[in-house]
Design a protein around this ligand. Structure first.
Ligand code: OSB
Ligand code: MG
Length: 367
């Protein structure tokens, strides 16, 4: 595919409600929309880096720089055969997986459109609808949290993840468990603990949780291994897993028993599928994480989650859980069985609401 032009659009979109994690509270989410034109077709990708380096070191600012000054020049005017070819062309750029993944997604969209195949088909996905859950941010109090969870259950979500941080962990999770004894429940600490402070999480082991996500630092597989030995509940890694190599080492070390896969965090959908394949071969359950994506990234997450090894419900909620106004014409809705349909149209299967994109645009760069 000859890469004829690329547009970067820096977006800032208001969330329907604030989202608070152990690393901060946001009311608006930023991302970079990547638009690539090739041979009469247009492909879209979403770079999921947000404004602040709270979840990862990448931000919309660093991604803009890496995209504009390094990734775009490496492919503009070039004939890029496929995602593997793209990855080879950006191998010399160290790190910055979210910046790379945004472009890789747009290339997958183009490849699908050219072949007349959905991203699900291209990636080898089997399901036409995928099980999903909702990720609930930190609330004012355990009482408010229980009410918030209750409202999502009323909407049909059958799996809930709550965010925790030191001092807001056992009481919150216990309150939700008491209120909903049979709920599929899991917690996410976003690296807020150390091996020492994580001792306070011991009572979580009696709450019948699906998993405990990323309690310790992102660069600390070894202490996750030590902590996993102390818990019956599976630990799940998110921030720590940036590649299929990290995934293999974490599993061999016993640092986790479940992996959260996010294409943005691992440099793209190809690496995400490779991690899925590794885990599937080893009988390790994976699930699709989320980064509060727009309809563009949400479509990609749904296609990814349709692969057979995604054994647990993903953090892929309906569009209205995030945005009153999204940038795609398509809006994703929750089915009564806590699933969302995987798009069927070629590529990502979404079209852009131009007026919405314009309304949320902070900056544009076109080459
Ligand atoms: O750790 O999974 C996370 C959102 C932004 C950054 C990190 C995380 C999250 C979520 C929300 O938990 C997942 C979603 O619904 O998109
Ligand atoms: Mg997480």
């Amino acid at each position: 595919m000859k890469i004829e032009s690329i547009t970067l659009t820096h977006l800032r979109m208001p969330l329907v409600s604030p989202f608070e994690t152990s690393f901060g509270r946001i009311r608006e989410r930023e991302c970079i929309l990547v638009t690539i034109r090739s041979e009469g077709l247009t492909g879209y990708g979403e770079c999921v880096a947000d404004r602040d380096p709270g979840y990862a070191y990448e931000t919309s600012g660093t991604a803009w720089h890496i995209l504009k000054d390094f990734i775009l020049p490496a492919i503009l005017g070039q004939d890029v055969a496929d995602a593997a070819d793209f990855r080879r062309r950006v191998l010399h750029i160290r790190g910055h997986p979210m910046a790379k993944a945004g472009v890789e997604m747009a290339l997958w969209d183009l490849l699908g459109k050219r072949a007349g195949k959905s991203l699900r088909e291209l990636l080898g996905g089997e399901r036409e609808r995928v099980l999903v859950g909702v990720s609930v941010g930190l609330q004012e109090s355990p009482e408010v949290l229980v009410r918030t969870v209750e409202s999502y259950l009323a909407q049909g979500y059958a799996r809930v993840k709550i965010k925790i941080k030191p001092g807001r962990d056992v009481a919150d999770a216990s309150a939700v468990r008491r209120a909903f004894p049979d709920l599929k429940l899991q917690v996410d600490a976003n690296s807020a603990y150390t091996l020492e402070t994580a001792q306070a999480l011991k009572p979580l082991d009696d709450l019948n949780l699906l998993l405990i996500e990323q309690p310790l630092a992102e660069d600390d597989l070894w202490d996750h291994h030590l902590l996993q030995k102390e818990f019956r509940t599976p630990l799940c890694l998110d921030e720590s897993i940036l590649s299929v190599r990290h995934a293999r080492q974490a599993l061999e070390m016993g640092a986790c028993r479940v992996i959260n896969i996010k294409a943005g965090r691992v440099g793209g959908l190809s690496e995400a599928v490779a991690i899925h394949d590794l885990c599937r071969a080893r009988g390790v359950p994976v699930w699709c994480g989320g980064m509060l994506e727009t309809g563009v990234g949400r479509a990609a997450n749904l296609a990814l989650a349709s692969l057979p090894g995604f054994a647990l419900p993903g953090d892929i909620s309906a569009s209205d859980r995030y945005y009153a106004q999204d940038i795609t014409n398509e809006r994703f809705t929750l089915n009564p069985d806590s699933t969302i349909d995987v798009p069927n149209a070629p590529g990502l299967g979404v079209t852009l609401d131009r007026a919405a994109v314009k309304r949320f645009t902070l900056a544009e760069h076109k080459v």
